[in-house]
Design a protein around this ligand. Structure first.
Ligand SMILES: [Zn+2]
Length: 202
């Protein structure tokens, strides 16, 4: 199976342990000891296994993947800024690719999700720090337009996420003849995708 670490590392350093990898559940003959620092909190996302495979080991040792949002392809890794997220949602690189969005730049949100490699530019998974998000380009376009319109009306992101517009926000929409946007927020079904878009919008 093509996992996120295999997408990035073609020829990683090899270990000596044979067995099943706790990160990706693949078998290897070149694994490393499953040793974690005291601050490691991802135990609930590990598979039962014997070692860390050479691919996952290389990925896990690189702090850059914890401290950035990124898109990985077989050729490249693009570390992306928050405000670039919506552009990549609309036009991701050619598959296969893996899309990771970090909110706090501290968690290892990809743990347990190394298999979420995408094979379509129109319907794909985004792995975030908190969950897996399914993105369909039709929803993505619609939601980005709604989010942009709301931001132009100076609606707070907190209101956009809760879906309950404050009296103050409603007043702003009325004043700008954009009260129909209230309906647009209420119609949003893919809350997880909406959360990514609201985070990424200016
Ligand atoms: Zn592995």
């Amino acid at each position: 199976m093509l996992t996120l670490p295999k997408l990035i590392y073609k020829n990683p350093e090899k270990g000596k342990i044979k067995g099943k990898c706790v990160f990706c559940a693949e078998n290897t003959e070149f694994g490393f000891e499953k040793e974690f620092s005291g601050s490691f909190t991802g135990y609930t996302n590990l598979y039962a296994g014997d070692c860390i495979c050479e691919y996952c080991n290389a990925f896990f040792r690189d702090q850059g993947y914890r401290k950035h949002s990124f898109i990985a392809t077989e050729e490249d890794v693009f570390f992306i800024k928050r405000i670039e997220i919506t552009d990549f949602l609309l036009d991701p690189p050619d598959p296969p690719f893996f899309f990771y969005v970090s909110y706090t730049y501290q968690k290892q949100g990809w743990l347990g999700n190394f298999d979420k490699v995408n094979y379509s530019k129109k319907k794909f998974f985004i792995c975030t720090e908190n969950n897996i998000v399914y993105a369909d380009i039709k929803d993505t376009k619609k939601y980005i337009e709604t989010a942009k319109n709301l931001r132009e009306c100076k609606i707070a992101k907190k209101d956009m996420l809760s879906g309950n517009l404050s009296v103050n926000s409603l007043k702003k929409l009325e004043e700008q003849n954009k009260i129909y946007l209230k309906q647009k927020i209420e119609e949003i079904e893919n809350r997880r995708l909406w959360e990514v878009i609201v985070y990424g919008i200016e």
